[in-house]
Design a protein around this ligand. Structure first.
Ligand SMILES: [Zn+2]
Length: 505
């Protein structure tokens, strides 16, 4: 394990994943200062090069997580039968009481999981209540930097709570609960926009490929003025925008009621959608919405695990691919998808396209899913030099053990990557020419200490957020009955459910 970010190394004899071939064939890869410079069989090792023997290993480009939340790490396993709206109601309980060290710790847990499961870059929408802070976002960036990952870190923001954003929800509560949720009010938009401006102005991580972005969380949780403020800040600082668009049917119904048009049409009219925009989930979008995303050169982050776990419905992957939308694949956060395993996300993406129709010509192929989790996600993150193993690309390479049981026997590489690999095969993960995970161990992180720190935080936070847990339990029956009722509203369903007749209607 002699490779470093700087210097020359030669990976010898590993089998290279290639969608054009059924079975990966061996090749050598020469890396200089973290970038792939040459590939081919029988490359000579330059003097002083570190030689990595990769015989018996399968190489694939680091998977790229197009949508996740570092703040979710400490919330693992906290809830069952969460809908999206219940999860949002649980946020003050799941994320409450955290100090700066906790903000880093929760992200470290996620980053540690990602590199151990073959993922080398992530788009992280990070939430701090009641307002994002420079220290908080630095703590998140520090976590990615320590683990050695690339990332796009976006403060996730709004100027309306869910209670303000869903008409009628508060009215359905008894007065004492109304008073409680009124206390959760967010800071005024100017204040939050000012905080984002500070974060972007002082961002010092871009040189490590940890970039900043802005995430107005859900369109109708933001006033138009606030959305435009986010847009202007992103433009001014040359960073990207990311938002959850049409994740739950409640969002689609409320958006249509509020704007008289779809959420995509609304934010497009405000000028948010361009090639630096990523829409997460996109389940409740119609074909015209997908065309807008395509025409603007924007991306869509598909999160199949979370979509199923929260009961949000099925994203029409085949339709979006046919319309030419750039698709990335994400896991979403640990608190709504339980793990951050991009192999699982690929498998789910494939299967979720198949379960929508018995006609296999309308399913996504394993090659399409694999491309989405690599080059598609890279584009969503705004990186041009990751997502593939090729000369000129950064050396973000995952080494899978072909003696792992998912590869016995090794018949069809990409099919087994998407459908059979579950991360048990990951032997090493290299980012920028450096092994950040080697022989199934983190090289930059003391995982036993991480576990101790997490346990200490868990106990403390459980105490600190007991009141918020209690509030959640009081809100739960109301949200549980009100929101599904709203989602039953028939809202021009036939337009976009044309090839997904089972989408909960
Ligand atoms: Zn999300």
């Amino acid at each position: 394990m002699a490779t470093q970010k700087q210097g020359v190394s030669l990976i010898r004899g590993g089998r290279l994943t290639d969608t054009a071939m059924r079975r990966a064939a061996p090749t050598d890869i020469l890396i200089k200062d973290g970038v792939i410079v040459e590939m081919g069989l029988g490359l000579a090792a330059p003097e002083g090069a570190a030689v990595v023997n990769a015989e018996g290993l399968l190489l694939h480009p680091g998977l790229i997580n197009a949508h996740t939340h570092g703040h979710g790490g400490l919330g693992r396993g906290q809830g069952d039968n969460f809908t999206l709206e219940l999860l949002l109601a649980a946020a003050p309980w799941l994320g409450g009481g955290r100090n700066l060290a906790d903000k880093k710790l929760t992200t470290l847990i996620c980053a540690a999981e990602m590199v151990s499961k073959g993922c080398t870059a992530a788009y992280d929408l990070y939430y701090e209540f009641p307002i994002p802070s420079r220290d908080g976002m630095d703590a998140v960036a520090e976590a990615y930097s320590e683990v050695g990952m690339r990332a796009v870190v976006a403060p996730m923001v709004a100027d309306r709570t869910m209670y303000e954003a869903i008409p009628g929800l508060v009215d359905s509560m008894p007065a004492p609960l109304q008073a409680e949720v009124a206390k959760l009010r967010l800071r005024p938009p100017e204040e939050t926009l000012g905080a984002i401006g500070e974060i972007l102005h002082h961002w010092r991580w871009a040189g490590q490929d940890i970039r900043a972005a802005v995430a107005p969380t859900i369109p109708h949780h933001c006033s138009d003025g606030f959305l435009c403020g986010c847009r202007d800040l992103a433009k001014k600082h040359g960073v990207a925008l990311h938002s959850h668009v049409g994740e739950s049917k409640v969002q689609a119904v409320v958006g249509m009621r509020q704007y008289g048009k779809t959420l995509v049409q609304h934010i497009d009219a405000l000028g948010l959608i361009d090639e630096h925009f990523t829409a997460a989930h996109g389940i409740w979008l119609d074909d015209d919405d997908l065309r807008i995303i395509r025409d603007r050169g924007a991306s869509l982050a598909h999160n199949p695990g979370s979509n199923m776990r929260l009961g949000n419905g099925m994203f029409r992957l085949r339709r979006a691919l046919d319309l030419g939308v750039n698709i990335g694949i994400g896991t979403d956060g640990v608190n709504c998808s339980d793990n951050i395993n991009m192999y699982e996300a690929m498998r789910y993406a494939s299967m979720l396209s198949k379960v929508q129709t018995p006609d296999p010509s309308r399913w996504a192929s394993v090659e399409e899913v694999y491309n989405a989790a690599t080059v598609g996600s890279a584009r969503a993150l705004g990186f041009k030099d990751i997502g593939a193993i090729a000369p000129g690309m950064k050396a973000d390479i995952v080494f899978l053990d072909l003696t792992a049981v998912s590869w016995i026997p090794h018949n069809w590489t990409v099919n087994q990557l998407v459908h059979a690999e579950d991360s048990c095969g990951v032997r090493h993960t290299m980012i920028g020419g450096e092994f950040v995970y080697y022989d199934r161990r983190h090289t930059r992180l003391d995982i036993a200490k991480l576990a101790r720190d997490a346990e200490e935080a868990r106990e403390r936070l459980e105490r600190l957020s007991a009141g918020m847990h209690d509030l959640y339990e009081r809100l739960r029956p109301i949200i549980e009955s009100f929101c599904p009722g709203l989602a039953m509203e028939p809202y021009h369903l036939n337009r976009y459910m044309c090839d997904a007749p089972n989408n909960g209607i």
